[in-house]
Design a protein around this ligand. Structure first.
Ligand code: SAH
Length: 246
């Protein structure tokens, strides 16, 4: 048993050393992660084809953006090798960076259009904010965990069109409201009224709703020109809970 563990340990170390050498070699040539990122996009493309025509479809221009945003720069060093797997990853403080498929789907659902203003609740790693920023929109993103907010703010400095803030996103961002769309990346027990109030008529909100212990439902909220909200269920999901004192 002991010997087995030791051997496994050595094998793991060998893989790690090989991966590090490989990363260094590729880094000299440019993007060390271009190949795994291409593979991820191919996987998402296949899923997108399967979902074509449903509310869970993914737009081509969203996949093009995911193909150029370096997800490995938004995860901790120990998760970098897994950055292009289609799954959530731990980012510390009990939080996660969402699964790439979910990021692509939520981005498609909020329909970013040039010149729009989009609010994100739950900056986390900053990856979803970066994906939105690539659409030439103004992104406002709020994070409740201070160290995550600080780290994401640093990563997002490369985008002049992203503003970040620490605080409870349940209350939205009054000074920046109203928003063309709102994307909530933590599960709420119900749709927060302040967020609905800060959504423009004709705007869209994407939000996971449900208990933090079970599967939640990803909801699309559409506000019509008269300010009436219509809600559609998109798909069962699992997010970390929306916390805070509200
Ligand atoms: N969009 C993120 C996903 C992070 S997970 C990404 O791309 O990485 C959800 C995040 O929501 C966590 O970082 C969590 O701390 C944050 N969060 C939870 N409740 C919040 C609240 N009330 N206001 C703002 N952020 C909140």
């Amino acid at each position: 048993m002991q010997g087995g563990a030791t051997l496994a340990g050595i094998a793991r170390m060998a893989v790690l050393v090989a991966a590090l050498c490989c990363a260094t070699a590729h880094a000299r040539q440019g993007d060390a992660y271009a190949q795994p990122r291409r593979a991820l996009i191919a996987e998402l493309q296949a899923e997108a084809r399967a979902d074509a025509g449903t509310t869970a479809r993914i737009d081509r221009d969203v996949l093009d953006v995911l193909a150029r945003v370096p997800r490995h720069e938004y995860v901790p060093a120990n998760e970098r090798e897994n950055a292009y797997e289609n799954r959530p990853l731990a980012i510390g403080h009990g939080q996660t960076i969402s699964q790439p498929y979910i990021v692509a789907l939520m981005t498609t659902l909020v329909r970013p259009r040039t010149g729009q203003k989009i609010l994100e609740i739950g900056t986390g790693s900053g990856y979803q904010a970066a994906v939105l920023a690539e659409f030439d929109v103004q992104v406002c993103s709020i994070e409740i965990i201070a160290p995550l907010a600080d780290q994401a703010a640093k990563r997002l400095k490369r985008y002049a069109n992203v503003s970040t803030r620490k605080g409870d996103g349940y209350y939205g961002w009054k000074e920046q409201a109203p928003f063309d769309s709102i994307i909530v990346t933590a599960a709420a027990s119900s749709i927060p009224p302040p967020l609905l109030a800060q959504l423009k008529p004709g705007g869209r909100m994407v939000i996971p709703v449900g208990s933090s212990f079970f599967t939640q439902t990803l909801m699309l909220v559409e506000k019509d020109a008269q300010g009436r909200a219509r809600t559609r269920q998109v798909l069962p999901v699992r997010f970390v809970p929306l916390t805070g004192g509200h």
